[in-house]
Ligand binder design. Structure first.
Ligand code: TXA
Ligand code: MG
Length: 317
């Protein structure tokens, strides 16, 4: 089949090299990660970071996550302690982002962390992005590859939907395994979850032998991604619905719901991980089909269901 997307390139050695060349010249490429697809740029370069903010139309006050291959490079940029090591050993590489104190001598562009004294760091697990990071001598700033406040992309063609040809290179590493953005935990000041994700506060609490709370209302700069309107498909969403009319798209979970033209089941087996993986895909599909309204059933508020509900709540604003 002919590739109708001129800027989507399958993950292989040759295309990885092409991505590397673009990034070294402070250009931007879209990359796969196990959570969602991201827009990557050299975290040391003001020029790259400006490009990312412009492309995404992202408020300058909303800082980016810096992605590393391993701890050795991070040590130049942030202070790390015992608790970080404990979490790192268990959950990284993977869908966990740490807020750490930035070192004054760090070369990370101050535009990337909105001139805060902290930085957000993550070690992604997806093989394509890991291999790319391994070959670079700088970390990558990678926000989700969507226009600010809309739904995050979970496959290469979703990125094309967002940016079209405004971005010259999209590295295709298949579908994102998790489908929701990483858990963000602050280790700077009080330890707490700023954004729920696949790694729950319960799992983290067990490891650190301590009760971990989830930040309810974000103050201005604490985690701007937690500000109310976000992750929005651009049409109204109603939560906790028991039934729906035929005109609205009805997102459901479990076997008890009949199949139907306007019924979108996140997981017939009520598997919350599958539901998370299907959520953004489903929202995107519903929008494309032209529905003007979405109704969704109540999603159990446990495990990754907490993250699903967090995103739905913001999407419904
Ligand atoms: O799974 C993910 O984390 C994806 C993939 C691409 O890695 N990235 C992602 O990035 O979700 P983004 O930019 O869409 O969300 C970053 C979140 C925002 O809520 C932002 O406010 C928060 O991280 N953040 C970044 N730096 C921070 C800091 N220094 N303090 C507090 N929150 C920060
Ligand atoms: Mg985002």
């Amino acid at each position: 089949m002919k590739n109708i997307y001129p800027n989507i390139f399958k993950y292989n050695k040759n295309n990885l090299s092409k991505a590397k060349i673009i990034l070294k010249k402070n250009g931007i490429t879209a990359v796969p990660t196990e959570t969602v697809y991201g827009l990557a740029g050299n975290a040391y370069s003001d020029k790259s970071i400006k490009k990312i903010y412009n492309l995404k139309k992202r408020p300058k006050k909303n800082p980016l996550i810096i992605h590393y291959h391993s701890i050795s490079m991070l040590k130049k940029d942030a202070y790390i302690d015992k608790k970080f090591f404990k979490l790192y050993k268990k959950f990284s590489p993977g869908p966990l982002t740490y807020i750490l104190k930035k070192k004054p001598k760090s070369k990370i562009s101050s535009l990337a962390n909105s001139k805060l004294s902290s930085i957000a760091v993550r070690f992604p697990k997806n093989i394509a992005i890991r291999n790319l990071l391994k070959q670079l001598n700088f970390p990558l700033a990678i926000p989700s590859a969507n226009i600010s406040s809309s739904v995050s992309p979970v496959k290469a063609t979703d990125v094309f939907d967002e940016f079209g040809k405004k971005i010259s290179f999209i590295l295709d590493g298949g579908k994102s395994r998790i489908g929701l953005e990483s858990t963000v935990i602050s280790l700077y000041g009080k330890i707490r979850i700023l954004r729920p994700g696949a790694i729950s506060h319960i799992k983290i609490g067990k490891l650190l032998k301590k009760k971990i709370s989830i930040l309810k209302k974000a103050k201005k700069l604490e985690s701007p991604g937690l500000l109310k309107k976000h992750y929005s498909p651009g049409i109204p969403i109603k939560l906790n619905c028991k039934k729906s009319d035929d005109k609205a798209a009805f997102i459901v979970l479990g076997k008890k719901y009949k199949k139907g033209k306007n019924i979108f089941n996140l997981s017939r087996s009520t598997n919350l991980n599958k539901a998370a993986k299907n959520l953004y895909k489903t929202l995107r599909k519903i929008k494309k089909l032209g529905y003007k309204k979405i109704n969704i059933v109540k999603i159990p508020n446990k495990e990754i269901g907490i993250a699903i509900n967090d995103r739905l709540k913001r999407a419904s604003h």
